[in-house]
Design a protein around this ligand. Structure first.
Ligand code: ADP
Ligand code: MG
Ligand code: ZN
Length: 478
Protein backbone atom coordinates (compact mmCIF):
# COMPACT_ATOMS: atom_id res chain seq x y z
CA UNK A 1 0.00 0.00 0.00
CA UNK A 2 1.47 3.40 -1.03
CA UNK A 3 0.44 4.98 2.30
CA UNK A 4 2.81 2.66 4.11
CA UNK A 5 5.89 4.20 2.54
CA UNK A 6 7.63 7.41 3.38
CA UNK A 7 9.68 9.50 0.96
CA UNK A 8 13.29 10.38 1.77
CA UNK A 9 14.93 13.18 -0.21
CA UNK A 10 18.41 14.72 -0.25
CA UNK A 11 19.40 17.57 -2.56
CA UNK A 12 22.54 18.53 -4.41
CA UNK A 13 22.20 22.18 -5.35
CA UNK A 14 24.59 23.92 -7.74
CA UNK A 15 24.75 27.70 -7.61
CA UNK A 16 26.62 29.88 -10.09
CA UNK A 17 28.38 32.62 -8.19
CA UNK A 18 28.05 36.27 -9.23
CA UNK A 19 31.78 36.99 -9.44
CA UNK A 20 32.97 39.27 -12.26
CA UNK A 21 35.60 36.78 -13.38
CA UNK A 22 35.89 33.00 -13.53
CA UNK A 23 37.16 30.80 -10.71
CA UNK A 24 40.66 30.11 -12.07
CA UNK A 25 41.27 32.81 -14.71
CA UNK A 26 40.45 36.44 -15.43
CA UNK A 27 37.82 35.79 -18.11
CA UNK A 28 34.43 37.46 -17.73
CA UNK A 29 31.51 35.43 -16.36
CA UNK A 30 28.98 37.58 -18.24
CA UNK A 31 26.07 35.55 -19.55
CA UNK A 32 25.18 35.60 -23.22
CA UNK A 33 28.33 36.95 -24.91
CA UNK A 34 29.45 35.95 -28.40
CA UNK A 35 30.28 32.21 -28.26
CA UNK A 36 33.81 31.50 -27.02
CA UNK A 37 34.51 35.22 -26.55
CA UNK A 38 35.10 34.85 -22.81
CA UNK A 39 37.84 32.26 -22.98
CA UNK A 40 41.59 31.93 -22.51
CA UNK A 41 44.13 29.08 -22.36
CA UNK A 42 43.12 28.24 -18.76
CA UNK A 43 39.37 27.83 -19.28
CA UNK A 44 39.80 26.06 -22.61
CA UNK A 45 42.16 23.54 -21.02
CA UNK A 46 45.31 24.31 -23.03
CA UNK A 47 48.35 22.27 -21.98
CA UNK A 48 50.59 24.15 -19.59
CA UNK A 49 48.03 26.79 -18.60
CA UNK A 50 47.86 27.19 -14.82
CA UNK A 51 44.84 28.05 -12.66
CA UNK A 52 44.85 30.87 -10.08
CA UNK A 53 42.08 30.80 -7.45
CA UNK A 54 39.65 33.74 -7.38
CA UNK A 55 39.51 35.07 -3.81
CA UNK A 56 35.92 36.27 -4.14
CA UNK A 57 34.74 32.70 -4.77
CA UNK A 58 36.17 31.61 -1.43
CA UNK A 59 34.62 34.61 0.26
CA UNK A 60 31.14 33.86 -1.12
CA UNK A 61 31.47 30.19 -0.12
CA UNK A 62 32.42 31.18 3.44
CA UNK A 63 29.49 33.64 3.59
CA UNK A 64 26.98 31.01 2.43
CA UNK A 65 28.52 28.52 4.88
CA UNK A 66 28.15 30.94 7.80
CA UNK A 67 24.55 31.73 6.84
CA UNK A 68 23.76 28.00 6.84
CA UNK A 69 25.45 27.28 10.18
CA UNK A 70 28.38 25.34 8.71
CA UNK A 71 31.85 24.78 10.09
CA UNK A 72 34.42 26.41 7.82
CA UNK A 73 37.32 24.14 6.91
CA UNK A 74 40.45 26.08 7.80
CA UNK A 75 42.78 23.88 5.77
CA UNK A 76 41.28 22.88 2.44
CA UNK A 77 42.27 21.55 -0.94
CA UNK A 78 41.01 21.12 -4.47
CA UNK A 79 40.75 17.76 -6.22
CA UNK A 80 40.63 16.68 -9.84
CA UNK A 81 37.53 14.83 -10.92
CA UNK A 82 38.45 13.09 -14.17
CA UNK A 83 35.98 12.47 -16.92
CA UNK A 84 35.79 12.95 -20.65
CA UNK A 85 33.09 15.01 -22.24
CA UNK A 86 33.40 17.61 -25.00
CA UNK A 87 32.07 20.45 -22.82
CA UNK A 88 34.96 19.80 -20.42
CA UNK A 89 38.14 20.75 -22.31
CA UNK A 90 40.65 19.74 -19.61
CA UNK A 91 39.11 16.27 -19.31
CA UNK A 92 38.85 16.94 -15.61
CA UNK A 93 36.89 19.27 -13.40
CA UNK A 94 38.57 21.02 -10.49
CA UNK A 95 36.33 20.35 -7.49
CA UNK A 96 36.65 19.47 -3.79
CA UNK A 97 36.14 15.89 -2.64
CA UNK A 98 38.13 15.32 0.54
CA UNK A 99 38.21 18.72 2.21
CA UNK A 100 35.16 20.78 1.18
CA UNK A 101 35.18 24.37 2.40
CA UNK A 102 32.04 24.02 4.58
CA UNK A 103 30.60 21.11 6.54
CA UNK A 104 27.94 20.11 9.07
CA UNK A 105 25.47 22.95 8.73
CA UNK A 106 21.70 23.21 8.71
CA UNK A 107 18.84 25.48 7.71
CA UNK A 108 15.43 25.73 9.33
CA UNK A 109 12.34 25.53 7.13
CA UNK A 110 8.73 26.31 8.00
CA UNK A 111 6.56 23.22 7.73
CA UNK A 112 2.93 23.03 6.65
CA UNK A 113 1.83 22.23 10.19
CA UNK A 114 3.20 25.64 11.27
CA UNK A 115 6.32 24.25 12.92
CA UNK A 116 9.97 24.32 11.96
CA UNK A 117 12.16 21.55 10.65
CA UNK A 118 15.92 21.41 10.51
CA UNK A 119 17.47 20.26 7.23
CA UNK A 120 21.09 19.21 7.60
CA UNK A 121 23.77 20.44 5.22
CA UNK A 122 26.37 17.76 4.69
CA UNK A 123 28.85 20.02 2.92
CA UNK A 124 29.39 22.91 0.55
CA UNK A 125 32.23 22.72 -1.94
CA UNK A 126 33.64 24.94 -4.68
CA UNK A 127 34.09 23.84 -8.27
CA UNK A 128 34.12 25.03 -11.86
CA UNK A 129 31.27 24.88 -14.33
CA UNK A 130 31.59 23.18 -17.74
CA UNK A 131 31.01 24.68 -21.20
CA UNK A 132 27.80 24.25 -23.14
CA UNK A 133 27.08 21.99 -26.08
CA UNK A 134 24.85 23.38 -28.79
CA UNK A 135 23.18 20.70 -30.86
CA UNK A 136 22.35 22.16 -34.23
CA UNK A 137 19.38 20.22 -35.57
CA UNK A 138 19.66 21.60 -39.10
CA UNK A 139 23.25 20.71 -39.85
CA UNK A 140 23.22 17.72 -37.50
CA UNK A 141 26.45 18.78 -35.80
CA UNK A 142 27.21 19.67 -32.20
CA UNK A 143 29.08 22.85 -31.38
CA UNK A 144 30.64 23.87 -28.11
CA UNK A 145 30.71 27.22 -26.32
CA UNK A 146 33.29 27.55 -23.54
CA UNK A 147 32.04 30.87 -22.18
CA UNK A 148 30.59 29.03 -19.16
CA UNK A 149 33.68 26.87 -18.71
CA UNK A 150 35.31 27.92 -15.44
CA UNK A 151 32.37 29.93 -14.11
CA UNK A 152 32.48 29.42 -10.33
CA UNK A 153 29.97 27.13 -8.65
CA UNK A 154 29.27 26.10 -5.13
CA UNK A 155 27.56 22.76 -4.60
CA UNK A 156 25.42 22.53 -1.48
CA UNK A 157 24.81 18.90 -0.47
CA UNK A 158 22.02 18.31 2.03
CA UNK A 159 21.46 15.36 4.34
CA UNK A 160 18.54 13.11 3.30
CA UNK A 161 16.24 15.07 5.63
CA UNK A 162 13.35 16.08 3.40
CA UNK A 163 10.12 14.10 3.11
CA UNK A 164 8.01 15.85 0.48
CA UNK A 165 8.04 18.24 -2.47
CA UNK A 166 6.76 21.01 -0.16
CA UNK A 167 9.77 20.58 2.11
CA UNK A 168 12.12 20.55 -0.86
CA UNK A 169 10.70 23.83 -2.14
CA UNK A 170 10.80 25.42 1.33
CA UNK A 171 14.46 24.36 1.58
CA UNK A 172 15.32 25.76 -1.86
CA UNK A 173 13.54 29.02 -1.03
CA UNK A 174 15.54 29.34 2.17
CA UNK A 175 18.84 28.79 0.34
CA UNK A 176 17.77 31.25 -2.36
CA UNK A 177 16.99 33.88 0.25
CA UNK A 178 20.38 33.57 1.95
CA UNK A 179 22.32 33.54 -1.31
CA UNK A 180 20.41 36.40 -2.92
CA UNK A 181 20.66 38.53 0.24
CA UNK A 182 24.41 37.90 0.19
CA UNK A 183 24.52 38.98 -3.45
CA UNK A 184 26.37 35.72 -4.17
CA UNK A 185 24.02 34.71 -7.02
CA UNK A 186 20.66 35.57 -8.51
CA UNK A 187 19.63 31.90 -8.11
CA UNK A 188 17.38 31.57 -11.15
CA UNK A 189 16.26 28.00 -11.68
CA UNK A 190 14.96 28.76 -15.17
CA UNK A 191 18.22 30.30 -16.31
CA UNK A 192 20.35 27.66 -14.62
CA UNK A 193 22.15 29.88 -12.11
CA UNK A 194 20.62 27.53 -9.51
CA UNK A 195 20.22 23.81 -10.35
CA UNK A 196 18.88 21.11 -8.09
CA UNK A 197 19.46 17.36 -8.39
CA UNK A 198 16.92 15.40 -6.39
CA UNK A 199 17.99 12.14 -4.71
CA UNK A 200 14.97 10.14 -3.65
CA UNK A 201 14.25 6.82 -2.00
CA UNK A 202 11.25 5.30 -0.25
CA UNK A 203 11.09 3.08 2.81
CA UNK A 204 8.39 1.49 4.92
CA UNK A 205 7.05 3.93 7.52
CA UNK A 206 8.88 3.32 10.78
CA UNK A 207 11.98 1.85 9.13
CA UNK A 208 15.21 3.63 9.98
CA UNK A 209 17.27 2.23 7.17
CA UNK A 210 17.57 4.20 3.96
CA UNK A 211 16.11 2.69 0.82
CA UNK A 212 17.95 2.51 -2.50
CA UNK A 213 17.86 5.92 -4.16
CA UNK A 214 17.79 7.37 -7.63
CA UNK A 215 19.03 10.79 -8.65
CA UNK A 216 16.99 13.06 -10.91
CA UNK A 217 18.57 15.81 -12.97
CA UNK A 218 17.29 18.47 -15.34
CA UNK A 219 14.71 19.99 -13.01
CA UNK A 220 14.44 23.68 -13.75
CA UNK A 221 11.23 24.81 -12.08
CA UNK A 222 9.35 24.15 -8.87
CA UNK A 223 6.61 22.58 -10.95
CA UNK A 224 8.90 20.01 -12.51
CA UNK A 225 10.57 19.32 -9.14
CA UNK A 226 7.17 18.61 -7.60
CA UNK A 227 6.03 16.51 -10.52
CA UNK A 228 9.27 14.51 -10.59
CA UNK A 229 9.09 13.78 -6.85
CA UNK A 230 5.48 12.60 -6.94
CA UNK A 231 6.07 10.37 -9.98
CA UNK A 232 9.38 8.91 -8.78
CA UNK A 233 7.87 8.02 -5.41
CA UNK A 234 5.05 6.16 -7.18
CA UNK A 235 7.46 4.44 -9.57
CA UNK A 236 9.72 3.19 -6.76
CA UNK A 237 6.78 1.92 -4.70
CA UNK A 238 5.39 -0.02 -7.64
CA UNK A 239 8.82 -1.56 -8.36
CA UNK A 240 9.03 -2.71 -4.73
CA UNK A 241 5.40 -3.86 -4.55
CA UNK A 242 5.85 -6.00 -7.62
CA UNK A 243 8.77 -7.75 -5.95
CA UNK A 244 11.58 -5.88 -7.72
CA UNK A 245 14.47 -3.73 -6.47
CA UNK A 246 15.06 -0.04 -7.10
CA UNK A 247 18.30 0.35 -9.06
CA UNK A 248 20.70 3.12 -8.11
CA UNK A 249 20.76 5.27 -11.22
CA UNK A 250 20.63 8.76 -12.60
CA UNK A 251 17.34 9.63 -14.22
CA UNK A 252 16.50 12.47 -16.53
CA UNK A 253 13.16 14.15 -16.07
CA UNK A 254 11.34 15.12 -19.26
CA UNK A 255 9.09 18.03 -18.41
CA UNK A 256 7.01 17.81 -21.57
CA UNK A 257 6.24 14.13 -21.19
CA UNK A 258 5.94 14.24 -17.39
CA UNK A 259 8.13 11.12 -17.14
CA UNK A 260 11.66 10.30 -16.10
CA UNK A 261 14.06 8.03 -17.94
CA UNK A 262 17.10 6.09 -16.78
CA UNK A 263 20.13 8.01 -18.08
CA UNK A 264 23.02 6.04 -16.69
CA UNK A 265 23.83 3.80 -13.76
CA UNK A 266 25.07 5.88 -10.86
CA UNK A 267 28.80 6.46 -10.90
CA UNK A 268 30.77 6.52 -7.67
CA UNK A 269 33.87 8.37 -6.60
CA UNK A 270 36.24 5.66 -7.87
CA UNK A 271 34.92 6.10 -11.39
CA UNK A 272 36.31 9.60 -11.41
CA UNK A 273 39.86 8.74 -10.29
CA UNK A 274 39.89 11.74 -7.96
CA UNK A 275 43.31 12.99 -6.87
CA UNK A 276 44.56 16.21 -5.24
CA UNK A 277 44.82 19.04 -7.78
CA UNK A 278 48.57 19.50 -8.27
CA UNK A 279 48.35 22.93 -9.89
CA UNK A 280 46.82 24.69 -6.88
CA UNK A 281 48.23 25.25 -3.42
CA UNK A 282 46.27 24.04 -0.41
CA UNK A 283 43.82 26.66 0.79
CA UNK A 284 44.43 28.06 4.25
CA UNK A 285 41.65 30.19 5.68
CA UNK A 286 42.52 32.26 8.73
CA UNK A 287 40.12 32.78 11.62
CA UNK A 288 40.56 36.48 10.98
CA UNK A 289 39.26 36.17 7.43
CA UNK A 290 36.26 34.17 8.62
CA UNK A 291 35.51 36.88 11.20
CA UNK A 292 35.78 39.59 8.55
CA UNK A 293 33.22 37.78 6.41
CA UNK A 294 30.98 37.21 9.45
CA UNK A 295 31.06 40.92 10.29
CA UNK A 296 29.81 41.77 6.80
CA UNK A 297 26.84 39.34 6.85
CA UNK A 298 23.60 41.23 6.15
CA UNK A 299 20.45 41.11 8.23
CA UNK A 300 18.53 38.25 6.57
CA UNK A 301 14.85 38.18 5.77
CA UNK A 302 13.33 36.58 8.90
CA UNK A 303 15.08 39.06 11.23
CA UNK A 304 14.28 41.95 8.91
CA UNK A 305 10.57 41.00 8.85
CA UNK A 306 10.46 40.81 12.63
CA UNK A 307 12.10 44.23 12.94
CA UNK A 308 9.77 45.84 10.38
CA UNK A 309 6.79 44.57 12.36
CA UNK A 310 8.15 46.43 15.38
CA UNK A 311 9.30 49.59 13.61
CA UNK A 312 6.76 50.32 10.90
CA UNK A 313 3.04 50.63 10.90
CA UNK A 314 2.51 48.81 7.61
CA UNK A 315 0.57 45.62 6.84
CA UNK A 316 2.27 42.27 7.30
CA UNK A 317 1.53 41.51 3.67
CA UNK A 318 3.60 44.55 2.58
CA UNK A 319 6.44 43.48 4.86
CA UNK A 320 6.50 40.06 3.24
CA UNK A 321 6.81 41.50 -0.26
CA UNK A 322 9.21 44.33 0.58
CA UNK A 323 11.69 41.93 2.18
CA UNK A 324 11.64 39.39 -0.65
CA UNK A 325 14.52 41.32 -2.15
CA UNK A 326 17.26 42.92 -0.13
CA UNK A 327 17.54 45.80 -2.59
CA UNK A 328 13.81 46.55 -2.31
CA UNK A 329 14.02 46.39 1.51
CA UNK A 330 16.98 48.79 1.52
CA UNK A 331 15.14 51.20 -0.78
CA UNK A 332 12.10 51.05 1.47
CA UNK A 333 14.04 51.79 4.64
CA UNK A 334 16.09 54.64 3.22
CA UNK A 335 13.12 56.30 1.54
CA UNK A 336 11.00 55.85 4.69
CA UNK A 337 13.71 57.54 6.72
CA UNK A 338 14.16 60.42 4.26
CA UNK A 339 10.45 61.09 3.79
CA UNK A 340 9.20 60.12 7.25
CA UNK A 341 6.29 58.38 5.45
CA UNK A 342 6.79 54.59 5.50
CA UNK A 343 3.26 53.79 4.38
CA UNK A 344 3.49 56.06 1.34
CA UNK A 345 6.88 54.60 0.40
CA UNK A 346 5.44 51.12 0.73
CA UNK A 347 2.50 52.10 -1.48
CA UNK A 348 4.82 53.27 -4.28
CA UNK A 349 6.86 50.08 -4.04
CA UNK A 350 3.93 47.68 -3.72
CA UNK A 351 1.90 49.47 -6.40
CA UNK A 352 3.60 51.20 -9.33
CA UNK A 353 7.02 49.62 -8.78
CA UNK A 354 5.76 46.03 -8.79
CA UNK A 355 3.48 46.81 -11.72
CA UNK A 356 6.33 48.22 -13.83
CA UNK A 357 8.71 45.42 -12.81
CA UNK A 358 6.19 42.88 -14.01
CA UNK A 359 5.41 44.78 -17.19
CA UNK A 360 9.10 45.08 -18.08
CA UNK A 361 9.93 41.57 -16.88
CA UNK A 362 12.51 42.85 -14.41
CA UNK A 363 13.80 41.69 -11.05
CA UNK A 364 13.53 43.91 -7.92
CA UNK A 365 17.35 43.83 -7.85
CA UNK A 366 17.32 45.72 -11.17
CA UNK A 367 15.48 48.76 -9.78
CA UNK A 368 17.49 51.84 -10.71
CA UNK A 369 15.78 54.77 -8.99
CA UNK A 370 17.25 55.99 -5.75
CA UNK A 371 15.57 56.18 -2.38
CA UNK A 372 16.27 59.94 -2.31
CA UNK A 373 14.32 60.47 -5.53
CA UNK A 374 11.40 58.39 -4.29
CA UNK A 375 11.32 60.43 -1.07
CA UNK A 376 11.47 63.66 -3.11
CA UNK A 377 8.51 62.54 -5.23
CA UNK A 378 6.47 61.80 -2.11
CA UNK A 379 7.36 65.29 -0.85
CA UNK A 380 6.11 66.89 -4.09
CA UNK A 381 2.72 65.19 -3.72
CA UNK A 382 2.48 66.00 -0.02
CA UNK A 383 3.17 69.67 -0.64
CA UNK A 384 0.60 69.56 -3.44
CA UNK A 385 3.18 70.70 -5.99
CA UNK A 386 1.91 67.93 -8.27
CA UNK A 387 -1.23 65.83 -8.13
CA UNK A 388 -1.27 62.05 -7.99
CA UNK A 389 -1.78 61.42 -11.69
CA UNK A 390 1.16 63.67 -12.63
CA UNK A 391 3.15 61.90 -9.90
CA UNK A 392 2.59 58.59 -11.69
CA UNK A 393 3.97 60.03 -14.92
CA UNK A 394 7.01 61.40 -13.11
CA UNK A 395 7.48 58.06 -11.36
CA UNK A 396 7.50 56.21 -14.69
CA UNK A 397 10.40 58.44 -15.83
CA UNK A 398 12.15 57.85 -12.52
CA UNK A 399 11.71 54.12 -12.93
CA UNK A 400 13.26 54.20 -16.43
CA UNK A 401 16.00 56.78 -16.01
CA UNK A 402 16.20 57.70 -12.33
CA UNK A 403 15.48 61.36 -13.10
CA UNK A 404 15.43 63.86 -10.23
CA UNK A 405 11.68 64.48 -9.78
CA UNK A 406 12.13 68.04 -8.49
CA UNK A 407 14.06 69.37 -11.47
CA UNK A 408 12.03 67.22 -13.86
CA UNK A 409 8.74 68.75 -12.66
CA UNK A 410 10.32 72.21 -13.00
CA UNK A 411 11.68 71.67 -16.49
CA UNK A 412 8.53 70.09 -17.86
CA UNK A 413 6.28 72.68 -16.23
CA UNK A 414 4.26 70.05 -14.39
CA UNK A 415 3.56 72.09 -11.28
CA UNK A 416 -0.01 72.07 -10.18
CA UNK A 417 -1.93 75.30 -10.64
CA UNK A 418 -2.19 76.43 -7.04
CA UNK A 419 -3.38 79.94 -7.74
CA UNK A 420 -7.00 79.73 -6.60
CA UNK A 421 -7.90 82.75 -8.75
CA UNK A 422 -6.64 81.06 -11.93
CA UNK A 423 -8.52 77.84 -11.16
CA UNK A 424 -11.66 79.79 -10.44
CA UNK A 425 -11.43 81.49 -13.85
CA UNK A 426 -11.15 78.07 -15.51
CA UNK A 427 -14.17 76.78 -13.56
CA UNK A 428 -16.24 79.78 -14.58
CA UNK A 429 -15.33 79.24 -18.21
CA UNK A 430 -16.30 75.53 -18.03
CA UNK A 431 -19.63 76.43 -16.40
CA UNK A 432 -20.35 78.95 -19.14
CA UNK A 433 -19.46 76.43 -21.86
CA UNK A 434 -21.58 73.53 -20.52
CA UNK A 435 -25.09 74.78 -19.75
CA UNK A 436 -26.63 71.31 -20.12
CA UNK A 437 -24.43 69.76 -17.42
CA UNK A 438 -25.01 72.75 -15.18
CA UNK A 439 -28.75 72.31 -15.57
CA UNK A 440 -28.45 68.57 -14.88
CA UNK A 441 -26.47 69.22 -11.72
CA UNK A 442 -28.95 71.78 -10.51
CA UNK A 443 -31.75 69.31 -11.23
CA UNK A 444 -30.15 66.96 -8.72
CA UNK A 445 -28.04 64.79 -11.03
CA UNK A 446 -24.91 64.65 -8.87
CA UNK A 447 -22.98 62.79 -11.53
CA UNK A 448 -22.92 65.89 -13.74
CA UNK A 449 -20.31 67.46 -11.44
CA UNK A 450 -17.85 64.72 -12.42
CA UNK A 451 -18.06 65.79 -16.04
CA UNK A 452 -17.46 69.43 -15.11
CA UNK A 453 -14.47 68.51 -12.95
CA UNK A 454 -13.07 66.52 -15.86
CA UNK A 455 -13.49 69.46 -18.25
CA UNK A 456 -11.78 71.82 -15.81
CA UNK A 457 -8.86 69.40 -15.28
CA UNK A 458 -8.52 69.20 -19.04
CA UNK A 459 -8.49 72.99 -19.32
CA UNK A 460 -5.77 73.03 -16.61
CA UNK A 461 -3.79 70.40 -18.60
CA UNK A 462 -4.07 68.01 -15.67
CA UNK A 463 -2.15 70.32 -13.40
CA UNK A 464 -4.85 71.21 -10.86
CA UNK A 465 -5.85 69.62 -7.61
CA UNK A 466 -9.07 67.75 -8.47
CA UNK A 467 -10.32 68.18 -4.88
CA UNK A 468 -10.06 71.93 -5.07
CA UNK A 469 -11.67 72.01 -8.52
CA UNK A 470 -14.59 69.98 -7.22
CA UNK A 471 -15.07 72.27 -4.27
CA UNK A 472 -14.84 75.46 -6.31
CA UNK A 473 -17.35 74.21 -8.90
CA UNK A 474 -19.84 73.33 -6.17
CA UNK A 475 -19.42 76.78 -4.65
CA UNK A 476 -19.92 78.49 -7.99
CA UNK A 477 -23.01 76.43 -8.78
CA UNK A 478 -24.80 77.12 -5.50
P1 ADP B 1 26.97 11.13 -4.53
O1 ADP B 1 28.05 12.10 -4.26
O2 ADP B 1 27.44 9.83 -5.06
O3 ADP B 1 25.87 11.68 -5.37
P2 ADP B 1 26.21 11.36 -1.73
O4 ADP B 1 26.31 10.31 -0.71
O5 ADP B 1 27.13 12.52 -1.64
O6 ADP B 1 26.29 10.69 -3.15
O7 ADP B 1 24.75 11.88 -1.67
C1 ADP B 1 24.24 12.76 -2.56
C2 ADP B 1 22.89 13.23 -2.09
O8 ADP B 1 21.99 12.12 -2.02
C3 ADP B 1 22.89 13.85 -0.72
O9 ADP B 1 22.11 15.01 -0.77
C4 ADP B 1 22.25 12.80 0.16
O10 ADP B 1 21.53 13.40 1.21
C5 ADP B 1 21.32 12.09 -0.76
N1 ADP B 1 21.07 10.69 -0.41
C6 ADP B 1 21.98 9.76 -0.12
N2 ADP B 1 21.39 8.60 0.12
C7 ADP B 1 20.06 8.76 -0.03
C8 ADP B 1 18.91 7.91 0.08
N3 ADP B 1 19.01 6.64 0.37
N4 ADP B 1 17.71 8.47 -0.15
C9 ADP B 1 17.58 9.76 -0.47
N5 ADP B 1 18.62 10.59 -0.59
C10 ADP B 1 19.85 10.11 -0.37
MG1 MG C 1 25.65 13.27 -6.74
ZN1 ZN D 1 39.68 31.99 -19.10
Amino acid sequence: MPGEYETVIGLEVHVELATKTKIFCGCSTKFGGVVNAHTCPVCTGMPGALPVLNRQVVEYAIAVGLATNCEITRYGRFDRKNYFYPDNPQNYQISQLYLPICRNGFVEIDTESGGQKRIGIHEIHMEEDAGKLIHDEQSGVSLVDYNRSGVPLIEIVSEPDMGSAEEVIAYLEKLRMFIRYLGASDCKLQEGSMRADVNLSVRPVGSRELGMRTEMKNLNSYTSITQAIVLERERQISVIESGGCVVMETRRFDENRGESFAMRSKEDAQDYRYFPEPDLLPLEISQEWIEQVRAKQPEFRPEKMARYKEEYDIPEYDIGILTESRHMADLFEEAAKLSGQPKKVSNWLMGETLRLLKEKNMDPEDIRFSSAHLAALIGLVDRKVINSSVAKEVFAEMFDRDIDPISYVDEKGLKQESDAGAIRTLCEQVIADNPQSVADYRAGKDRAIGFLVGQTMKAAKGKADPGIVNQLLKELLQ
